[in-house]
Ligand binder design. Structure first.
Ligand code: UDP
Ligand code: MG
Length: 136
């Protein structure tokens, strides 16, 4: 039985700044993901605060929201079977130091805050996050 899902991916400012967007998109494509929607934008800090609201009590929340709004990002809707979990696997651990070899964060992440990509962590959050960027 097929289980086609969509998930939200963001190429974060550190990666866009280093012109890694095409290399990262190629990693998605070669791992079977279709990029069904895509846009390059810069968001305002209040929008980043809304996007990352689940983290509002964390010590890193303010820096995280400043960072996500600090430069252009690429938001994408990725589609494939088991897209949510498969994208998390391809991204690698939050801290690039812990990310497995061959993952996006192992290859391109600089630090736990500049870790190059965001990916939805559940099907429900994927729907919410896709709506956040691509409500039309
Ligand atoms: N983050 C951070 N410091 C921390 C933990 C997380 O700066 O100690 C940042 C990091 O960029 C991460 C984001 O906050 O990607 C969201 O954290 P989460 O735990 O949801 O990690 P993710 O789902 O991105 O792997
Ligand atoms: Mg997360």
């Amino acid at each position: 039985m097929s289980n086609i899902e969509q998930t939200l991916s963001i190429i974060k400012p550190d990666a866009v700044e280093r012109n890694l967007d095409n290399a990262i998109k190629d990693m998605f494509k070669s791992n079977g993901f279709l990029i069904v929607k895509e846009k390059k934008i810069q968001i305002e800090k209040y929008e980043a605060e809304k996007f990352y609201k689940v983290h509002e009590t964390k010590s890193f929340y303010n820096d995280l929201c400043s960072y996500l709004s600090s430069g252009p990002i690429v938001a994408m809707v990725l589609e494939k079977e088991n897209a949510v979990l498969d994208n998390r696997e391809l991204m690698g651990a939050t801290n690039p130091k812990d990310a497995l070899k061959g993952t996006i964060r192992e290859r391109y992440g600089i630090s736990i805050d500049k870790n190059s990509v965001h990916g939805s962590d559940s099907l429900k959050n994927a729907e919410i996050e896709i709506n956040f960027f691509f409500k039309d």
